[in-house]
Design a protein around this ligand. Structure first.
Ligand SMILES: Cc1cc2nc3c(=O)[nH]c(=O)nc-3n(C[C@H](O)[C@H](O)[C@H](O)COP(=O)(O)O)c2cc1C
Length: 358
């Protein structure tokens, strides 16, 4: 019988329990893309609050990757020193830290150099430039460099962001990827860039450093990535040594395709649970699977853990409302998380719970 509070090794990282803070973009950089001091307070509160592992909000791998000037630059000279400080803080509170490395692609409103944003395919009318082979080669190098910096800073691992309609998610999606070369067409081709990024990171950090990925189990949109395609990509990544896969979904094109949905009752909790179970069955013991999406009630979390063969559970919005949620549950106060999934936390003005009722 698995419990939420089992000490486990998740994707190569020993943890005090099975609960993960899913990546949450904190708008936590100052205007130079360096960690703001408020970020350190936020991470201290989370780690003190008992969570087993924190996945950072996405950090930008290069000069055209950041969705906002407040996104931390993994390529800034100060990144390693700042991240070392953050990692030591999190470790000092008994938690673990994985850094989510990302390229926001066509979603970037303005690149650092004022150049047109990059897309896997071009959208000239919208000012999106199609990636050339040189861009692709630079991208794989930049992901590898970012991962190497995270390792140098002592972070416990990295997570490649390949979900929710950002660049590596668009790469997999026929809605966005219209290329006619070896990076477009059938899923074997569309996944090539993700495989290249993963291999490049692996070469940079070595075989034993934890490399995770967050991936869409499907795009939840007509003509988008399907579940069978996603499962195939996960199987290939598992065969080449990825340590953990966090199973999400949706490209946020509509309310139905949102990765962060309303959760009104326990029936709606764990809305990508089925997909996580099937992917865990496909990849077997070689790769750990983490299920994310709408988990709120501890009894239900434990039930899902025991019905499916995945290892970790991750939550995002509940930790914005209650950074001390894990300690609360652990102390026996097992009421449902206070988060009402209104998603007002996405609103501008810094990361906080903006639902007055909470
Ligand atoms: C404010 C906010 C910021 C988020 N930032 C990220 C991010 O940087 N990277 C990511 O992969 N997912 C991000 N997500 C999605 C969450 O990690 C998670 O997949 C989703 O919210 C569902 O989990 P939940 O129901 O526990 O909130 C974000 C969600 C919210 C609400």
């Amino acid at each position: 019988m698995k419990t939420l509070f089992d000490e486990i090794n998740l994707g190569g990282i020993p943890m005090r329990n099975r609960l993960v803070r899913s990546a949450t973009f904190e708008s936590g950089g100052d205007t130079e893309g360096r960690y703001d001091r408020k970020m350190f307070d936020l991470y201290r509160e989370l780690a003190d609050g008992g969570v087993g592992l924190i996945i950072s909000g996405m950090v930008g791998i290069d000069r055209n990757s950041r969705i906002s000037p407040l996104m931390v630059k993994a390529y800034d000279d100060t990144f390693v020193g700042q991240l070392r400080e953050l990692t030591e803080l999190v470790h000092g509170c008994g938690s673990r830290l994985v850094i989510q490395i990302a390229h926001c692609g066509a979603k970037v409103p303005k690149t650092d150099l004022g150049e047109p944003p990059l897309g896997i395919s071009g959208l000239p009318g919208e000012g999106i430039r199609e990636m050339s082979k040189e861009d692709i080669s630079r991208l794989t190098d930049s992901f590898a460099d970012a991962a190497a910096r995270c390792k140098e800073a002592g972070a416990d691992g990295v997570q490649i962001h390949a979900a929710h309609g950002y660049l590596l998610s668009q790469v997999l999606s026929p809605i966005f990827n219209k290329r006619a070369d070896e990076y477009g067409g059938p899923v074997e081709n569309r996944a090539r860039l993700i495989f290249d990024v993963y291999k490049s990171i692996r070469r940079a950090v070595g075989d034993s450093y934890p490399v995770w990925i967050k991936i869409n189990s499907s795009d939840l949109a007509d003509g988008g990535l399907t579940f069978d395609e996603s499962r195939w990509v996960c199987e290939q990544l598992s065969k080449t040594g990825i340590d953990a896969i966090e199973v999400s979904g949706g490209i946020a094109a509509s309310r139905e395709s949102s990765p962060a949905r309303r959760v009104n009752d326990s029936q709606q909790e764990g809305y990508f649970y089925k997909e996580a179970v099937l992917i865990a069955e496909s990849v077997g013991a070689d790769t750990d699977v983490i299920s994310v999406g709408g988990y709120r009630t501890p009894e239900l979390l434990e039930q899902k853990l025991n019905e499916g063969n995945f290892k970790g559970l991750s939550l995002c919005r509940p930790f914005i409302a209650e950074p001390g949620l894990v300690n609360r549950w652990r102390s026996g106060k097992t009421e449902r998380a206070k988060c009402v999934s209104c998603s007002k936390c996405f609103a501008p003005g810094g990361l906080s719970c903006k639902q007055k009722a909470v």
